[in-house]
Ligand binder design. Structure first.
Ligand SMILES: [Zn+2]
Length: 75
């Protein structure tokens, strides 16, 4: 019996964050510089991992600015 698994998911995690200048355009909360990690998993096995930097809102979690082009992310 052959089992095919097509389950692919991508997780974004905040590894660390520091307060930054600027306010959130959505809620007016404070912004912070965050080191993000994107992990793409296939059948629950991490196959691709990338760390990147972003400005996020500490209050609502909105991504205000990111420092890599998201469309370059591999499937
Ligand atoms: Zn916000």
């Amino acid at each position: 019996m052959v089992f095919f698994c097509f389950l692919v998911d991508t997780r974004e995690m905040v590894r660390s964050s520091k307060p930054a200048a600027g306010i959130c355009s959505r809620c007016g909360g404070g912004a912070s510089v965050a080191d993000m990690e994107t992990a793409t998993r296939f059948c629950y096995v991490p196959v691709y991992r990338r760390t990147w930097r972003a400005i996020i809102c500490t209050f609502c979690g909105a991504l205000l600015k990111s420092y890599y082009r998201r469309h370059l992310r591999r499937p």
